[in-house]
Design a protein around this ligand. Structure first.
Ligand SMILES: Nc1nc2c(ncn2[C@@H]2O[C@H](COP(=O)(O)OP(=O)(O)OP(=O)(O)O)[C@@H](O)[C@H]2O)c(=O)[nH]1
Length: 547
């Protein structure tokens, strides 16, 4: 069979037909132990507390033990350079001393983990001290006097765990997310990733690509008709097509995983004086924003991170939308528009009495007829222009209306809102979404309807992000696969290579194999099996020292 294509990875001068080693080689990272120094750092937050843990990792960890640990029940130096070996993974009560002066620094506990059965896969010593600034500082300074030791860089322990093969990059990302998790949902997602669930799922995808690749390679090695069944190429294409469909399913997940990890962006908007800041304060359960009867009180975007029903929410209160000549207010209104457009979900707060008044003649204000309308209630155009399918509506100040009117009028107002949501967008008719479940009537003043709104809103968010309150539902089919943009970029790239394979005719079998190999490499980059050096700094930079 003619080999028609070049290997893209060969240097220009050596560009040649695909070399067999490349076709087969899905190279993996092999960690080098050479030149590893022994590192140490405080692994708990600094300051006054019950316990502080200082971690030491590296080839000289045992030497550090010998030099700073004194155990009353065990003699240190047994003579002739023989020293007792600490029992592995067993906490020992000990005195921690200065390695040079022998000065007592603290009474504490110590534990030794022999590599590779440790977090970093190296020898590790953990010193458990009383957590006081002076003690921590004295022990860290003492360790720094040991020649082979140096303070750890941020994330360096985890980096060593990765290089030692203890975890892949998705687990490293999961661990970092776990440390940063603020809500229950974030904790659950991160825990699954840190435990290796994502690694298994990405690895399954890679294995399936490699299976297709193996079929195509068999054709290169033997050729059709030579001990190879007919239709192998077609079979590889069928499998690749199914795989592409599965990958596209993950890619078209509305960024669910990334949004849950970073927080759902919720913008509160509406006309001035409708009760937007009152809503923010109700959600935050504190006076986070100033509330006054003066329209235009809020002039800038106020952002808070909240936990609503276990979901991480970044909520933004915004300036009321209206025509204004005031420079400061108009800048605030521009910011409102940006915040609403950047949000994943928005709540439009409207004053229900004001809406009804916009429909009724002055004589019939607050009357049932207004609700049953001669003319329909109006939404100010500046507000209407920001309504999308992701907008929910809070009809506030229901306390100012008779409860029968409030209830009856809701139907009329909902129709108006539904029409506003179903407006033309980019030439396409959007599906109307302002149904009853997206519209709530409340009084933020007397609290009526607010708890029902909160529960129902949290439920609709969970439904939208496919997260159940029930932990058992966070299984593979519900759990988003992609939680980081880095993972998305590589998966998109894998999808493109598979598409390229699918459009390659059987005559170009070498090129076809190359596309599949690149697809496998792209997925391999997600777990860090391939070409990781360039991504390591990015992944580890947000870790704290001591992790
Ligand atoms: N009667 C009644 N008054 C309310 C209710 N909610 C808020 N208010 C009052 O309405 C006024 C405006 O409330 P805010 O929460 O500041 O409204 P806003 O939409 O943030 O106003 P701007 O800052 O002008 O955009 C305040 O006097 C509130 O006390 C309600 O449910 N019923």
């Amino acid at each position: 069979m003619m080999l028609k294509t070049f290997c893209r990875q060969c240097p220009a001068a050596a560009r040649n037909f695909l070399c067999a080693s490349r076709i087969r080689g899905i190279s993996t990272v092999t960690p080098s132990d050479a030149q590893r120094s022994t590192i140490f750092a405080l692994s708990t937050p600094p300051g006054k507390a019950g316990v502080a843990v200082i971690r030491v990792s590296g080839p000289d960890a045992l030497d550090v033990w010998k030099r700073v640990i004194r155990n009353a029940r065990r003699r240190g130096d047994l003579g002739n350079g023989i020293y007792y070996q600490p029992e592995q993974r067993k906490m020992e009560k000990c005195k921690i001393v200065h390695p040079e002066s022998g000065e007592l620094l603290d009474d504490g506990l110590a534990v030794f983990f022999k590599g590779p059965k440790s977090f970093t896969t190296e020898d590790v010593v953990e010193l458990h001290l009383h957590s006081g600034r002076a003690i921590i500082s004295a022990v860290l300074s003492a360790l720094a006097t040991i020649k082979s030791c140096r303070p750890a860089e941020p994330g360096e322990f985890t980096r060593r765990a990765f290089l030692g093969g203890r975890m892949d990059l998705t687990q490293v990302e999961g661990l970092r997310d776990l440390l940063e998790a603020q809500t229950d949902t974030q904790r659950k997602l991160a825990l699954r990733a840190a435990a290796g669930d994502m690694r298994v799922r990405f690895e399954e995808l890679r294995t399936q690509i490699i299976h297709c690749l193996a079929m195509v390679e068999a054709l290169i090695d033997f050729g059709e008709g030579e001990e190879i069944e007919e239709g192998v190429y077609e079979q590889a294409q069928i499998e690749a097509r199914n795989l592409l469909q599965a990958i596209n399913g993950h890619l078209n997940d509305s960024r669910r995983g990334e949004i849950l990890r970073t927080g759902i962006r919720l913008a509160i908007f509406g006309p001035p004086n409708a009760g937007k800041s009152s809503l923010l304060n109700f959600l935050a359960r504190r006076e986070a924003a100033i509330v006054t009867p003066i329209p235009g009180t809020t002039r800038d975007v106020i952002e808070l991170s909240l936990d609503i029903g276990g979901l991480p929410i970044i909520v933004a209160d915004t300036a009321g939308l209206r025509k204004t000549e005031d420079l400061v207010e108009s800048i605030g209104i521009e910011r409102t528009k940006e915040a609403v457009q950047a949000a994943d979900v928005s709540i439009c707060v409207l004053s229900l009495p004001e809406m009804l008044n916009s429909a009724a003649s002055p004589s019939k204000r607050k009357s049932l007829e207004a609700a049953e309308h001669q003319s329909m209630p109006q939404i100010p155009s500046s507000v209407a222009s920001l309504i999308t399918q992701n907008t929910c509506f809070l009809l506030n100040k229901a306390d100012l209306l008779d409860s029968t009117i409030a209830t009856t009028s809701l139907g009329v107002v909902s129709q108006v809102l539904e029409r506003a949501t179903g407006k033309e967008a980019d030439g396409e008719k959007m599906e109307a979404t302002a149904r009853w479940e997206n519209v709530w009537t409340v009084s933020l003043q007397n609290g009526k309807g607010t708890e029902e709104f909160l529960q129902s809103f949290a439920k609709s968010l969970k439904h939208r992000y496919d997260i159940s309150a029930d932990e058992s539902v966070l299984n593979d089919s519900y759990m988003p696969l992609i939680t980081h943009t880095r993972q998305r970029v590589h998966l998109e790239s894998a999808a493109r290579f598979i598409e390229a394979f699918l459009s390659t005719p059987p005559e170009d079998v070498v090129l076809a194999a190359e596309e599949l190999r690149y697809a496998a490499q792209a997925v391999g980059k997600i777990s860090g099996l391939i070409d990781v050096e360039d991504v390591l700094d990015v992944v580890f930079k947000d870790f704290c020292i001591g992790k």
